[in-house]
Design a protein around this ligand. Structure first.
Ligand code: TYC
Length: 106
């Protein structure tokens, strides 16, 4: 390490303070994309199963994606977001639906 010592006190004898800003981990938005083929009920099921939404909440978000083209379905740490995306993509692929799920740094 190089540079001046941080925190209270240095070689000048003058007491100094260094503000220690709390470091927050970056967050990632997980988004669902609309397509013309995935059944609405399948998307609702995905939102209930992988994002812990109620049926009403899941239906609402599904309709938002259907109308607007995409919607943020949750905000997570990198690892959790990555896992959600992988789970949704794998589930959709296994059911042969073209549903797409992506993540983006907030
Ligand atoms: N647009 C699809 C349909 O009309 C429904 C749908 C909604 C698909 C949300 C994907 O992320 C999606 N069957």
């Amino acid at each position: 390490m190089t540079g001046k010592p941080e925190g209270p006190g240095n070689e000048s004898g003058v007491l100094t303070k260094t503000k220690s800003k709390t470091q927050r981990p970056p967050l990632y938005k997980v988004m669902l994309l609309n397509d013309d083929y995935t059944p609405m009920e399948f998307v609702v099921h995905v939102l209930e199963r992988f994002f812990g939404m109620s049926h009403a909440q899941a239906f609402d978000i599904m309709l938002t994606v259907h109308k607007k083209g995409l919607a943020v379905v949750g905000v997570f740490s990198f690892e959790v977001a990555e896992t959600k995306v992988a789970q949704v993509m794998d589930f959709a692929r296994r059911h042969q639906h073209p549903l797409q799920c992506t993540m983006e740094k907030e």
